[in-house]
Design a protein around this ligand. Structure first.
Ligand SMILES: Nc1nc2c(ncn2[C@@H]2O[C@H](COP(=O)(O)OP(=O)(O)OP(=O)(O)O)[C@@H](O)[C@H]2O)c(=O)[nH]1
Ligand SMILES: [Mg+2]
Length: 316
């Protein structure tokens, strides 16, 4: 029998945990691993996540709503500022925080900056340190990092420190279930917040634009990842298709900030853009369960990351 708000175990727990951390700390990859399906795009480029994404973890005894957030960093543009504000807002509304720190990188000023912010949260919000990417270090290095992380908590989150320090690898699945268990214990007793089987509340349009941005991020460098924005303009079911083999046309604008970036994205004779389209299309077809024709247009939106009007138009 499936779980409903009327029928659930008496000691059932459900609530929200926000993942925060520096750009690239592994927040989105861990969110996907906990949910068991891709709900957030990931990449080796910093600032991949640009909005909060909810991923829902269902277990018989509890439901965990993970709120993945953009990486916190010293902002250099209006976009950066808006992303930091978004994270700060989110932190006020959750039952617990998962602070992600990569096992393979020394704790730096960026992490201390975040720990200080977390120190300013209401004292009842428990903060769990999640030491990510453990597959990249030796057991000795991991032990050292766990100690350093605990010390960071004792220093900057006094008097409580971290509620727990949990090593995890989203890549090989090490301790993924453990993370769910530790966080679930910190959730309040509550009926389920989402229906059984619902894994995210991301709108389809948003998921599609994100999958295209993920494909476009691959292989670009320097400023370009930051300059990319993707907007799905229309999704139109193709007419005259057999009922058992439908197809949709998806019209998409890919924005960059400079004409030179436009040529990079398009590539020689359009080869790079075609490649991005092919990779994104496969993922979108899997998501929608129908054949897809992707129509990608690259446009220049000058300095959009610094321009309030254009940021608004792009949904920030
Ligand atoms: N080896 C290894 N790599 C990982 C693991 N988790 C994440 N990564 C890699 O780390 C990079 C960053 O991962 P993301 O999940 O996008 O990081 P993020 O914290 O969401 O980054 P932003 O959204 O930019 O703040 C990607 O290249 C991932 O493949 C892990 O457990 N092991
Ligand atoms: Mg992310």
């Amino acid at each position: 029998m499936s779980l409903t708000p009327e029928n659930y175990p008496k000691d059932y727990r459900a609530g929200f945990t926000s993942f925060v951390g520096r750009p690239n700390a592994g927040k989105s990859t861990l969110t996907n691993a906990l949910v068991g399906q891709k709900v957030a795009i990931t990449s080796s480029k910093p600032q991949t996540t640009r909005h909060t994404i909810r991923g829902i973890v269902h277990r018989p005894e509890h439901q965990l709503v993970i709120v993945d957030t953009p990486g916190l960093h010293r902002p250099r543009t209006l976009l950066g500022q808006r992303l930091n504000d978004l994270v700060a807002e989110t932190l006020g509304e959750v039952d617990a925080v998962g602070f992600c720190l990569p096992a393979n990188e020394k704790i730096g000023p960026g992490d201390k900056f975040i720990a200080q912010k977390l120190g300013g949260l209401p004292p009842r919000t428990p903060i769990v340190a999640l030491v990510t990417k453990t597959d990249l270090v030796t057991p000795a290095q991991l032990a050292e990092q766990l100690l350093a992380v605990s010390q960071l908590g004792d220093e900057l989150l006094a008097p409580k420190g971290f509620a727990a320090v949990v090593p995890v690898s989203a890549k090989d699945g090490y301790q993924v279930e453990e993370v769910i268990g530790v966080l679930a214990k910190l959730m309040p007793q509550s009926p389920p917040l989402y229906p059984d089987g619902e894994l995210t509340d991301e709108p389809e349009m948003k998921m599609i634009s994100e999958l295209i941005r993920e494909a476009a991020l691959e292989g670009v460098r320097d400023e370009l990842p930051h300059s990319l924005a993707v907007v799905v303009e229309e999704i139109i079911p193709r007419e005259d298709r057999p009922a058992d083999n439908p197809m949709v046309d998806i019209h998409v604008n890919v924005f960059v900030e400079r004409p030179s970036q436009k040529s990079i994205i398009i590539g020689k004779g359009g080869s790079r853009l075609r490649d991005v389209g092919t990779r994104a299309r496969k993922e979108i077809e899997a998501l929608l369960g129908t054949k897809v024709y992707l129509d990608l247009h690259v446009k220049v939106a000058k300095e959009w990351q610094r321009d309030p009007k254009q940021l608004g138009r792009l949904g920030f």
